[in-house]
Design a protein around this ligand. Structure first.
Ligand code: SAH
Length: 341
């Protein structure tokens, strides 16, 4: 395992096995979580140890192969090249309540949602815990902007990379590391029911977001293959169990697609099915993905949908689109850059 994927306790054990005192592990852990790029940067370590670590545990930080900044809202998108040559994107959004980084959890995605660019080439591989941490770390270092919030809403399905994602959460939350509060982290899933239950068991204080995008199986089946494995009744039952376990209300993401899921009756059906479940809706007018024929709903349809939900007692916001001019919005991230820039 990469040193930066290890918890402080694991690193301490490793160092003891190497015949090094425990405090060295803490020194190294702190340096790694500050984003040093080489062991030579670890100035309080003896030269011999630095050399040994460099040989046995190379750091291999990602390279920013492209950086784009939105002229409209200051959103920054990075394309990182990982040590094996694969690339993933990360987006930094500047909100009033804090800078938020949207990270990728996999190289590609195998979920196959019809409207999403991240799944077009399928899944290449899952990210290691340190590769998720590095996105947060090096986005903060490169931009010079302190990051206080994380959303796992970039490329990939976080719950399809469950163990690595949970380990990443532990790392980024650690007091000796970036120390980002679980309450400032959101994880989004397209609906892998057994993994939602497994997450509920951990009782973390992160926010769970569900990519719902439809009020029933008929509509969800058409645009989200995952629904065939875990139909909506099962998904909503898992959401209820998650709420019981964590007392955290569920966030539902709902990409509004013209003529597909945006009718008034769809909003009413949602109200019926979600009865009694504390929920918040994020309505996202569909973002453009070149390869997809689907179109966003009209502003009027979005406003009407929001109104029906609100009248039924579910809070609903229309997600402000950030980074639209640099293809950094929901569903637009890719593992490769294909437009030749
Ligand atoms: N795989 C996880 C994490 C991705 S989060 C998940 O599905 O939740 C990215 C969010 O953007 C998801 O809610 C996804 O459904 C949504 N999305 C994908 N393509 C979109 C598009 N073209 N327009 C708007 N939202 C989109």
């Amino acid at each position: 395992m990469h040193l930066k994927s290890m918890t402080l306790a694991e690193l301490t054990t490793l160092f003891k096995d190497m015949g090094e005192p425990g405090f060295r592990a803490k020194q190294v852990y702190t340096w790694l979580h500050k984003g040093v790029r080489t062991y030579d940067g670890m100035t309080n370590l003896p030269q011999t140890l630095r050399q040994k670590l460099a040989q046995e545990h190379p750091i291999r930080p990602p390279e920013a192969v492209r950086k784009q900044e939105s002229q409209r809202d200051g959103t920054i998108k990075y394309l990182w090249q990982l040590s094996d040559g694969n690339c993933v994107e990360t987006v930094l959004m500047r909100y009033e309540y804090g800078n938020t980084v949207c990270i990728s959890t996999e190289v590609g995605c195998r979920m196959g949602c019809a409207f999403c660019a991240s799944t077009l080439g399928g899944l290449v591989r899952r990210l290691e815990p340190f590769e998720m941490l590095d996105q947060v770390l090096f986005t903060q270092i490169d931009s010079g902007l302190p990051i206080s919030r994380i959303v796992l809403m970039g490329i990939g399905e976080p719950l399809d990379n469950f163990d690595n994602v949970l380990r990443f959460l532990e790392l980024v939350n650690s007091p000796e590391g970036m120390n980002i509060s679980m309450r400032h982290i959101s994880l989004s899933t397209c609906g892998l029911v057994p993994k939602i239950d497994a997450l509920a068991e951990r009782k973390l204080q992160i926010a769970l977001a569900i990519s719902l995008h439809g009020p029933n199986d008929e509509i969800r089946d058409k645009i989200m293959p995952v629904n065939k494995a875990y139909p909506m009744d099962q998904l909503l039952a898992a959401c209820r169990r998650y709420f019981e376990a964590t007392s955290r209300r569920i966030h539902f993401e709902y990409a509004m697609i013209d003529g597909v899921n945006d009718r008034e009756q769809d909003a009413r059906e949602l109200l019926r099915r979600l009865k009694g479940l504390p929920a918040h809706f994020n309505l996202i007018p569909l973002n453009h993905v070149e390869e997809s024929p689907l179109k966003p709903s009209s502003r009027k349809a979005v406003a009407r949908f929001q109104q029906i939900l609100e009248e039924g007692g579910i809070t609903a916001t229309v997600r402000r689109t950030l980074g639209g001019d640099i293809d950094a919005s929901c569903g637009q991230l890719r593992r490769k850059y294909t437009k030749g820039q």
